[in-house]
Design a protein around this ligand. Structure first.
Ligand SMILES: C[S@@+](CC[C@H](N)C(=O)[O-])C[C@H]1O[C@@H](n2cnc3c(N)ncnc32)[C@H](O)[C@@H]1O
Length: 289
């Protein structure tokens, strides 16, 4: 297969690199993946958030709240504070509104808009939280600068994101070169849509460039040995996660099918063990800026 960018529309046609409305070939599967992705790492993410100093009375802005799974969890961290959501895509807002009406005692405000130019006043929040969003934004420095504008002096931005070349590990190890090749294919596809699946390594420098101080980094490992393989399976579902890439770049089909078969064989092993890595970054808005 080729790892060069597939023949997709040019960067300028994408407001963001995550799936648009109707674009995912298996929307229910994708919702299930996001839900399990949120719950699998949440106890560790919440521990790090508390180490970063989240206060129960914080006014929190969640950027890119998607279908609302992390919103529900963030609400529990600020019982005396507030959560406001900023989300670009109307179909995600509709999904989150329904979900949170069923699940949250007092559903948060969800505002439609982009973090590149947020329709919110300066200095309104103590904490801005963006999980798996920065990788999809075409101008991450502008997004971080806008987050800083929205923070009160001394407030904190928290970025939760990935770096696909530090994705994790499987044991017993499978055919890593072929796995790495399809990962690079997806890195290229997301780049062609204006995103960056290697954003993890850049976030500290981007935070500095956007004027933050007190920058800190934590790694969160999600392991099948702690959670059971079922909790991680949607992340390893190559057929669903690479379906759009195959649609857009049929040359990739054979490599993706090969890796999907390898994953099936791996999952059937009695001692299969998988570990996935997520990174948490934070920076503070200086008191004087
Ligand atoms: C991968 S989903 C993550 C959803 C949620 N944060 C989670 O962790 O499950 C990324 C979300 O960010 C939203 N998004 C992308 N670019 C955005 C922007 N510029 N402003 C606000 N939201 C954005 C997308 O529409 C999508 O709902």
């Amino acid at each position: 297969m080729t790892t060069t960018a597939p023949a997709t529309p040019t960067e300028g046609e994408f407001r963001q690199s995550y799936y648009g409305a109707g674009e995912h070939p298996d929307p229910e599967g994708e919702l299930n993946r996001l839900r399990l992705q949120a719950t699998a790492s949440w106890p560790k993410e919440a521990r790090v958030l508390r180490e970063f100093g989240i206060r129960p009375d914080a006014d929190l802005l969640e950027v890119g709240s998607g279908p609302g799974f992390t919103t529900e969890l963030l609400l529990q961290e600020v019982p005396q504070g507030s959560v406001t959501c900023l989300e670009l895509e109307p179909h995600q807002i509709a999904e989150a509104t329904g979900y949170l009406q069923r699940r949250a005692a007092s559903p948060p405000r969800i505002i439609e808009g982009s973090i590149l130019d947020a329709p919110l006043p300066d200095a309104s929040f103590d904490l801005v939280h963006a999980r798996f969003v920065l990788q999809h934004v075409p101008d991450p420095v502008q997004a971080l600068t806008e987050m800083r504008r929205l923070l009160r002096p001394g407030g904190r931005t928290v970025i939760v994101d990935i770096d696909d070349r530090l994705w994790g590990s499987v044991h017993p190890s499978a055919d890593l070169p072929v796995i790495e090749k399809i990962i690079e294919g997806r890195v290229a596809m997301q780049a062609a849509r204006g995103g960056d699946r290697l954003i993890g390594r850049r976030v500290p420098a981007l935070l500095r460039e956007a004027g933050y101080t007190d920058i800190r980094v934590e790694a969160v490992a999600v392991s099948s040995d702690e959670l059971g393989m079922a909790a991680l399976e949607p992340q390893l579902n190559v057929r669903s996660r690479y379906a759009l890439m195959v649609d857009q770049n049929p040359e990739a089909a054979a490599a993706v099918a090969h890796v999907a078969d390898l994953v099936d064989q791996f999952l059937a092993l009695p001692d299969a063990s998988a570990m996935l890595l997520v990174f948490m970054f934070t920076g503070v808005k200086p008191e004087q800026s």
